[in-house]
Write a protein of this length. Structure first.
Length: 166
């Protein structure tokens, strides 16, 4: 037994071993049950020898050139008809803002139509109670009258500094 094997392991050593086990689980080298058993042994280890025993049959960390992680190239910027770039941030923000409203409207209005056909009464358009106020708020957010808490969006700031009371 060399000098390192008998030395007491620190919490950071146990965390590093747990990370190696997590990587082995993600790579498919360990099953979930075996990962759980080894993880319990790693956190219960007292010496470096105990930690080495937990990962003895696993390969070491992969070098960076063999890593499966590759950088993603940035998407090409959209171009308008005159060759200028489109404000994609505003377009995607509006799409994200209105998509839930459109989905709910796409559910409520057909239900109202089917109920109206079944009862032969078109008098009460009840989806307006949901879609009207929600749509009004979305219109105000879309034109910038109220802030939506989105970064870079004009409007009132989300947090205010508190002044100390004396």
């Amino acid at each position: 037994m060399d000098g390192r094997s008998g030395m007491r392991a620190a919490d950071a050593d146990r965390e590093a071993t747990a990370e190696r086990l997590r990587v082995a689980l993600e790579e498919g080298r360990l099953g979930l049950h075996e990962y759980d058993e080894r993880l319990a042994r790693a956190y219960g280890a007292k010496t470096y020898a105990d930690l080495d025993e937990v990962v003895a049959d696993l390969p070491g960390p992969a070098p960076a050139q063999r890593s499966a992680v590759a950088p993603v190239p940035p998407p090409p910027s959209p171009v308008t008809g005159d060759g200028g770039p489109v404000a994609g941030g505003a377009r995607s923000r509006l799409l994200g803002l209105w998509t839930p409203w459109l989905r709910v409207a796409g559910i409520l209005v057909p239900i109202w139509v089917l109920v109206s056909i079944g009862s032969r009464d078109l008098a009460n358009f009840w989806p307006a109670w949901v879609l009207g106020p929600w749509g009004a708020l979305l219109v105000m957010q879309s034109v910038g009258l109220i802030g939506g808490g989105h970064p870079g969006h004009p409007g009132r700031p989300r947090r205010r500094e508190r002044r100390g009371r004396r």
